[in-house]
Each structure stands twice: as structure tokens, then as C-alpha cells.
Design a protein. Sequence first.
Length: 107
Amino acid sequence: MTGKLTKMLAVVGLSAAFAAPAFAADGQVLYETKGCAACHGADGNTPTAPIYPKLVGQPVQYLVTQMTDIKSGARNNGMTAVMKPIMANVSEAEIAVLAQWLSEKGE
Ligand code: HEC
């Protein structure tokens, strides 16, 4: 039992250590590891449902605002609820990196 618990704590510790430098990772890595592709497509521009948005090439500030508002609950229209739990696991710094990457992909 104790051994199992120690193992679990070790895993939690490892993932915390892994998550810490995430803001240094580039947008593509974040996009893949945070699970965005499941809904917005591997390239951010091929949504997996007709009602999901394409993300590429929009202004950085717009993307930051939308992700921030979905995370906080300020944006709460039609399909926002499916994305909100994902954003609980995305920090402000990571939002900035993702927005920059998605915006530049369209240039
Ligand atoms: C479970 C499906 C799902 C996942 C996973 C998901 N999203 Fe979304 N996302 C949506 C939906 C649905 C919307 C549109 C919500 C609405 O109808 O208002 C959306 C909206 C957005 C918007 C706003 C687009 C616009 O034009 O207003 C951005 C930006 C965005 N997502 C980025 C991301 C990023 C980055 C990730 C990964 C961290 C992610 N999403 C993960 C489903 C998802």
C-alpha cells in the first residue's frame, strides 16, 4: 500500500516537473499535449465537427481573449462548454504561446 502511494506521488511529482517549464515549449507541442487537436484538427484548421471553429490566422489578441474568456466562463455560448474543461489545464502563459503560434500559422 505504502509502496503504491509512493509510486503515485512520484508520478504526480514527475508530471508537475514536466508541466513547470511548459511556457517555454512551443505552440505546436502545447497544442498536441493539451489535446486541442481532438476538436480543432491536427493543424488547427480542420475541426472534427462542423460546429467547431477553425483557429489558424486570427489575430493574436483575439485568440488570447477567446481562450481567456472560455477559461473564466465569461464566454459561454453554444458549444463553449465542451472546451471549458480543457482550458482549466492551460495557463495564461500557455494561452499566449498557443495564440501566437495559431496566429502565425496563417501567415
Ligand atoms: C472538446 C473539444 C475541444 C477541445 C479539446 C478544444 N476546443 Fe477550442 N473550441 C471548441 C469549441 C466547440 C469552440 C467554439 C465554442 C463556441 O461554440 O462558442 C472552441 C473555441 C475555441 C477558440 C475560439 C475560436 C474563435 O474563433 O472564437 C479558440 C481560440 C480555441 N477553441 C482554442 C483551443 C485550444 C488552443 C485548445 C487546446 C488547449 C482547444 N481549443 C481545445 C472545442 C474544443
